[in-house]
Design a binder for this molecule. Structure first.
Ligand SMILES: Nc1ncnc2c1ncn2[C@@H]1O[C@H](COP(=O)(O)OP(=O)(O)OP(=O)(O)O)[C@@H](O)[C@H]1O
Length: 900
């Protein structure tokens, strides 16, 4: 069952299109509605979203399609019954528009009309070419208060307008505006005149007119740019509220800063590292974009997902030049971005943490580039106590950022961090406690509700009833979140069958489909997206009016993030959660899928450090798939351990880039020996390879180590030979690569330390789910208890739980709903062992099977066939592990006795 769940948004690639037309000035007489106190849903909603208006959003720009890093998951591994502690013999049993102010979004939100609803299912998808990841946005919108256009022509230069942020005032403007004059609005206007003039046969005046138009655009652009430059200069001279607000107004069209923004910007301009905690959609991005315009050099933004980076790049105001570097880029894309960096074209660079720590990347910064500001976006990922810990974020230590990049200041941003997470982040990034800017975790424009529901079929009916009732039936854009990929298909089909325009979205869909679905949703061609967690990260569609949770989220953080996609235009929005106990238990079981045993960690460490101490410079590798099965550990768990070995108190090893290490080489022109005679790398390949059906098969790390070169040198050489027509080759077996710096004195104590740490992380996950679940249950039970309407009571109940959670100590005051003992458990384990004598189980492996959770060595595809699969989900995982341990010992003893 776990194979079908989406773990994160790492495969999200689509981003909402920027509006193609310059936004109109904010309607001063029409401020965004304030939060209506959650009285009755009926009253508040009817006033908030009833006037149907035609959508003002233009169709998406086909050139904006974002790339993705999606790659299909590997096929499920076959069971491997090796080297596990208990061996049992015998039979085998049978996945801007920041420039579009909230005001204009507000105007564009229209109520959903029945006619639109009937147009539902047939979304007409026009295939669009994908855009490579570092194609810096070609969607330049002009500043909102100046209705002129700064769009590039999609020539890959992206949203670069030659604003002199780096001190080279206005040198190349004219050439730039060639592209600008091709903006869509001007183009359309020009097109009309063309037709008329062509009919008149007046070619010359046509050309004159075009040149006049071009001049006008250039003059306006120059005027705007010099105003912005003046405003920047004023801020540089004095970072006063007045000067900053003027700059804000000029660039973004907003009249004032939102809560926390001004404070953060001033702190950064003053050179103080800052921890910024603002709710989703509160405008955190602006807090680094404005300093980036003022500070000299490059602002580096570290982001966990390529899709998020692409999205943020697209949302940069046109005057800030942006670029992106991620490990999923093609080499030529990287080269192009690096060139722009060196030439000072890029002002804000988005990078993945892996890229940031790449030796080449660091040396480039050390040598020639100044980085006054490093922004750590989604900074909670730094902490293992967050809901979304990323091992690669462990690398982001202040010491490294200050010493390697010579950064002057760090800005860490998040919307969802508990006190414990914040402490860990601020400690890693050396942000003083006085530099914390924290506003409420939750915007106040949500009406939150929960209801108890039955199993799937009933749940779908409940969903339909909800969606057909007030206020949901009047809401045009809705996201339904569910946990499993199959649910997205099942529910969206069910909704379509009931005349609701819905589409499913999950990370298993082809990248193109995901982009199209997101774009269709953003342009209101799709009303409802039924999605896993893979949808929504970075989604800034202002008029999402409701978020429905089909099942309980894994944590308060996840809940707050996901409901944060709603009401970003400031209007009241509705968030409903369907709670059912079975799903809660299922998710609780899944929370144990990353857990490890000391025994397995010890075996893993022994393998990692099996290299001779004398060979410390040797490049070692660990083929991910086979290691995962051998140690019964998920890839992410192995990566977490390896990263800890690199970045913990003692640096035991250095991680190298992941590679496909097994190479099969076919020589075509010269004989292998002739090539080897003049090429040391080929000579080493011949020594280290075995020949299989005329092809040379070798391990790239072994070849590189044998002649003391980098693996990249070996790869570069075989690539060169390929270009010359000498060879063809194939690479397989993705592997972790590393060199050992120091072997631990005692594997035992290291594995015990690591296991304790990983077990705490596992318990933390379970606790987070329990807290979310108890908040949902509390909201259900509170609905009949006072004079307030049910909606208002539930909102208040959930709001206060969320507040307590993010500001308290993360304790769960409600006992877990799992049971502590079960009469038949041990008897069942005994039967299970007897009927699966050939397998080598660990207590954890048995507990996972009893909870219906697959693992690399005991995959669902095989073990879900046993009737014990998932039978004990309601029993505490630890209780099953203890019972399994006892029964395994008994089993081994019995077998030993029988053998004698
Ligand atoms: N001072 C402001 N006045 C009006 N709108 C603003 C202001 N600052 C930012 N915004 C708008 O608010 C929206 C959300 O901003 P942004 O994407 O930076 O939010 P965020 O805090 O990063 O949200 P999330 O955590 O969900 O990604 C954007 O459309 C942005 O243009």
């Amino acid at each position: 069952m776990d194979s079908d769940s989406d773990s994160d948004g790492s495969h999200v690639s689509a981003t909402p299109p920027r509006d193609s037309f310059p936004p109109s000035p904010p309607p001063l007489l029409q401020p965004p509605p304030k939060y209506v106190p959650p009285v009755s849903r009926k009253i508040t909603s009817s006033s908030s979203r009833s006037k149907p208006k035609a959508p003002t959003q233009p169709p998406p720009n086909p050139s904006q399609e974002a790339p993705t890093s999606f790659s299909p998951p590997p096929p499920p591994p076959s069971p491997l019954f090796t080297d596990l502690p208990f061996r049992i013999c015998e039979s085998q049993p049978a996945r801007f528009s920041s420039s579009i102010s909230s005001f204009s979004r507000l105007r564009s939100r229209a109520s959903f009309t029945p006619n639109e609803k009937l147009k539902s299912d047939g979304v007409d998808f026009v295939p669009e070419p994908p855009q490579p990841p570092n194609l810096i946005t070609d969607t330049i919108t002009s500043p909102p208060v100046k209705p002129m256009v700064f769009r590039s022509s999609g020539n890959g230069e992206g949203n670069f307008v030659k604003l002199n942020l780096n001190g080279k005032r206005g040198k190349k403007f004219p050439s730039k505006y060639k592209g600008v004059s091709k903006s869509r609005s001007n183009y359309a206007f020009r097109g009309k005149r063309y037709k008329k003039k062509e009919a008149d046969g007046d070619g010359e005046s046509l050309l004159e007119e075009e040149s006049d138009l071009q001049k006008q655009v250039e003059e306006e652009a120059n005027g705007f740019i010099s105003s912005v430059e003046d405003a920047i200069l004023a801020v540089k001279t004095e970072a006063s509220d007045e000067n900053l607000t003027k700059l804000l107004n000029l660039v973004y069209g907003y009249d004032s800063f939102r809560d926390g923004q001004l404070e953060a910007i001033k702190m950064i301009l003053g050179g103080s590292s800052t921890m910024l905690v603002l709710p989703t959609g509160a405008g955190k991005s602006l807090c680094y974009q404005i300093p980036a315009m003022i500070l000299p050099g490059i602002t580096l933004v570290v982001s966990p997902l390529v899709s998020l980076m692409i999205d943020q790049l697209k949302h940069l105001p046109s005057i800030i030049k942006g670029g992106l570097l991620s490990s999923s880029q093609r080499p030529e894309e990287t080269t192009e971005t690096l060139r722009k960096l060196r030439e000072g074209i890029i002002k804000v660079l988005f990078v993945s943490p892996e890229r940031l720590l790449n030796v080449e990347f660091l040396s480039m910064f050390r040598m020639s580039l100044s980085v006054p500001l490093v922004v750590v976006d989604e900074a909670h990922c730094v902490s293992e106590w967050s809901h979304n810990f990323r091992p690669s974020y462990m690398r982001l230590k202040a010491s490294m950022l200050f010493s390697e990049l010579k950064a002057k200041c760090i800005l860490a941003m998040t919307a969802t961090a508990t006190t414990m997470t914040l402490q860990a982040v601020m400690s890693a990034l050396e942000i003083p406690s006085t530099n914390l800017i924290q506003k409420s975790q939750l915007r106040d424009n949500f009406e939150l509700s929960v209801s108890l529901s039955g199993a799937n079929r009933q749940l779908m009916k409940d969903l339909l009833i909800l969606m057909e009732s007030h206020p949901y039936k009047e809401i045009r854009s809705i996201i339904v979140y569910c946990k499993f990929q199959y649910e997205t298909d099942m529910i969206s089909k069910y909704l379509r069958d009931n005349n609701i325009n819905a589409k499913g979205y999950h990370s298993g869909l082809p990248a193109k489909d995901r982009v199209r679905i997101q774009e269709s949703f953003c342009s209101n061609k799709i009303r409802v997206v039924v999605a896993t967690v893979a949808f929504g990260m970075g989604l800034d569609k202002g008029d999402v009016g409701a978020v429905i949770h089909f099942s309980v989220p894994g944590s308060m953080e996840e809940y707050v993030q996901e409901i944060g996609r709603a009401g970003r235009d400031g209007r009241l929005s509705y968030c409903h959660l369907f709670y059912d106990n079975d799903t809660y238990l299922k998710l609780r079981s899944l929370a144990h899928s990353d857990g490890v045993d000391e025994y397995a960690v010890g075996k893993f460490l022994t393998h990692v450090f099996s290299t001779e101490t004398k060979q410390h410079e040797k490049i070692c590798s660990l083929v991910i798939e086979s290691a995962s099965q051998k140690f019964d550990m998920k890839e992410e768990v192995m990566q977490t351990i390896l990263t800890h070995l690199e970045l913990g108190e003692v640096q035991y090893l250095r991680m190298l880039p992941q590679l496909n290490i097994c190479c099969t080489l076919n020589f075509h022109k010269s004989s292998p020996n002739t090539l080897a005679a003049r090429n040391t790398i080929v000579a080493a390949i011949l020594k280290k390879s075995h020949v299989k059906q005329g092809l040379h098969v070798f391990d790239i790390t072994a070849v590189a180590s044998s002649i003391c070169v980098a693996t990249t040198d070996v790869l570069a050489e075989i690539q060169t030979l390929k270009m010359k027509g000498e060879v063809t080759y194939e690479l397989k077996d993705p592997a972790f690569c590393y060199t050992i710096l120091k072997s631990p004195r005692e594997i035992c104590s290291l594995s015990s330390h690591l296991t304790k740490w990983l077990t705490e992380i596992e318990s933390c996950k379970v606790r987070k789910l329990d807290i979310m679940s108890s908040a949902a249950v509390a909201a259900i039970s509170v609905s009949n208890t006072s004079e307030l309407s049910s909606g208002a009571k539930q909102t208040l109940s959930l709001q206060s739980r969320i507040f307590d959670y993010f500001n308290g100590d993360e304790k769960c005051d409600t006992p877990s709903k799992t049971t502590q003992n079960c009469a038949f458990l041990r008897a069942d384990i005994k039967v299970f062992l007897q009927s699966n004598r050939q397998a080598k189980f660990t207590p954890r492996a048995i507990a996972r099977i009893m909870h219906g959770v697959g693992s690399p060595a005991f995959p669902n595809s095989v073990w879900s066939k046993t009737h014990f699969w998932g039978r004990y989900m309601s029993v505490e995982f630890r209780v099953i592990m203890d019972a399994a341990q006892t029964e395994l010992f008994n089993f081994v003893d019995r077998n030993a006795a029988l053998a004698t």
